[in-house]
Ligand binder design. Structure first.
Ligand code: CA
Length: 223
C-alpha cells in the first residue's frame, strides 16, 4: 500500500512516517504544497494524507487541483482542531475524510483502513479475497482451513496488494512500487523471495507466476 504523506511540520512528519511504515504502508513524504501536487499527480498512490496548512500552496488548492485533474486517490485531510470551516471546505473539495490536530495515530490508522475498505467497495471488516483474509490488527493472514499465519511487514504489504487486485497480473515493478517506500533500495528480485514466502503461508497454488509478466493472485470462493 503506497501512501503519500503531506505534512510540513518536520517532527510530526517524521513521527507519522515511522508509525505509518510500522503499520505496513510504503510512505513517501512531501513537505510543501507544490511538491505534494507534483508527487500526487505523477506517482500512483493508494492513499494520501494531506495537511491543509502548507507552505508554497495551500492544501485545499492542491486537493482541488488533483480532483479537477481527475485524480481519484482517496485523500484524508489533517485540519486544525477547531477548523470546522476548513473541514467543510476540504470535504467539498473532494476529501474522503478528515482528522483534526492533534490526533492519536491509532485513529488515523483506523480511518485509513476504513477509507481503504470503502475504496475496495464493501464494508467488510477485513481486506479479503475469496477465502484469504488479512487481519490488519495482528498483521496476520487467515486462510480457510489453515491456522492463522503471522506476516512480516513486507509480506503483509505484498499480500495486501494481491488481495486488492485478485485475478490481475501484477508486474514485479508494480509490486516493488507498492511494497517499498522511496528511500528503499529497490531490488525487484526480492519480490520473488517474498512471493515464495507468501506461498508457504497461504498455499503454493494461490499465487501463480506468469513468465515475463509477473504474478497473479487466484481467489478461491470460501466453501
Ligand atoms: Ca501545517
Amino acid at each position: 500500500m503506497r501512501l503519500l504523506l503531506v505534512e510540513d511540520e518536520p517532527r510530526l512528519a517524521a513521527r507519522l512516517r515511522e508509525q505509518l511504515m510500522a503499520l505496513g504502508y510504503a510512505v513517501d513524504h512531501a513537505a510543501d504544497g507544490v511538491d505534494a501536487e507534483f508527487m500526487g499527480t505523477n506517482v500512483e498512490y493508494d492513499l494520501i494524507v494531506l495537511d491543509l496548512g502548507l507552505p508554497l500552496r495551500p492544501g485545499l488548492e492542491v486537493l482541488a487541483h488533483w480532483r479537477a485533474a481527475g485524480l481519484r486517490t482517496p485523500v484524508l485531510i489533517l485540519t486544525a482542531r477547531d477548523g470546522w470551516q476548513e473541514r467543510v471546505a476540504g470535504l467539498k473539495a473532494g476529501a474522503d475524510d478528515y482528522l483534526g490536530k492533534p490526533f492519536h495515530v491509532e485513529e488515523l490508522a483506523a480511518r485509513l483502513q476504513a477509507i481503504l475498505r470503502r475504496a475496495q467497495g464493501d464494508g467488510a471488516p477485513q481486506i479479503a479475497s475469496g477465502d484469504v483474509a488479512l487481519d490488519e490488527d495482528r498483521q496476520a493472514v487467515n486462510v480457510a482451513g489453515r491456522a492463522p499465519q503471522a506476516l512480516t511487514g513486507t509480506e503483509f504489504r505484498l499480500l495486501r496488494c494481491f488481495l486488492l487486485h485478485p485475478g490481475k497480473v501484477l508486474s514485479k515493478s508494480f509490486l516493488t512500487e507498492h511494497v517499498y517506500d522511496q528511500d528503499f533500495d529497490r531490488d525487484s528480485n526480492l519480490i520473488e523471495v517474498y512471493v515464495r514466502r507468501l506461498r508457504e503461508k497461504i498455499g503454493e497454488d494461490r499465487i501463480a507466476t506468469r513468465r515475463g509478466q509477473g504474478y497473479v493472485f487466484l481467489a478461491r470462493d470460501p466453501s
